[in-house]
Design a protein around this ligand. Structure first.
Ligand code: DC
Length: 221
């Protein structure tokens, strides 16, 4: 099996680029952020403060998360209900960032992620794929971009979905989330030693895709 790990901060273009690269190369695209968002959503639904670690660990007992693919697209089920759209709000994203610092949450999701790579050629995106989840991945890419570029991209994405937020709020959220993700003790966001760093700040989406597909092809095809 071939595994490609794509890690990096929020808004660097990971999911769009990984999805396109996977479809071009015939790999399965696995979005691991969706799993953390699903646990975040469970906290929101149950009105649990995500910084209350004991409460977060406790609700893991009541949570069953599974991934299914419909027409090649990943969907996440929370206790058998498809929550793929509900997890895409800014609130679910911020809650995910907080709960993802809890080691028990990370452990809870580990096998689910690894099982996919055991039986499929995957391009998996996240924060710790190359460092923790799939340390033996044949290709590791760390995709990044400046916070300002990422905030502008996020603003456009949210506008397309009808969510109204201003640029400053998004920029502050991104900087805060970067800090949370890279300063937590459990599997912090960082490039694996053997990762190829790709900065997409000055690249168009198409250029970024071409670059990533080129790196993967050169390494494994
Ligand atoms: O990629 P995303 O924005 O959907 O991720 C949501 C949150 O989940 C993000 O703040 C960090 C966390 N996350 C993580 O800790 N490890 C991963 N492999 C993927 C996401």
């Amino acid at each position: 099996m071939i595994a490609v790990a794509i890690d990096g901060p929020a808004g660097a273009g990971k999911s769009t680029i990984a999805r396109r690269a996977a479809s071009e190369l015939g790999f399965i695209y696995v979005d691991t952020g969706a799993l953390y968002r699903t646990i975040g959503l469970a906290c929101i639904q149950k009105k649990i403060d995500p910084s209350n670690t004991a409460a977060v660990i406790h609700i893991l007992q009541d949570i069953d998360i599974s991934i299914v693919f419909l027409n090649g697209e990943q969907h996440v089920l929370l206790n058998d209900k498809d929550v793929s759209s509900e997890i895409r709000t800014e609130q679910a994203s911020m809650t995910a960032s907080v709960v993802s610092a809890v080691p028990e949450v990370r452990q809870f999701l580990l096998d689910l992620q690894r099982d996919f790579a055991r039986t499929n050629d995957v391009i998996m995106d996240g924060r710790d794929i190359g460092t923790v989840v799939l340390p033996n991945a044949q290709v590791k890419i760390f995709l990044t971009a400046s916070p300002e570029t990422r905030a502008r991209r996020r603003l456009l994405q949210l506008e397309e979905k009808g969510e109204k937020l201003d640029y400053e709020t998004i920029l502050v959220d991104i900087i805060k989330r970067d800090y949370n993700d890279s300063h937590r003790e459990a599997a912090p966001l960082k490039a694996a030693d053997n990762a190829i760093i790709v900065d997409t700040s000055d690249l168009t989406l198409e250029e970024s895709i071409r670059k990533v597909v080129g790196i993967i092809k050169e390494a494994v095809i």
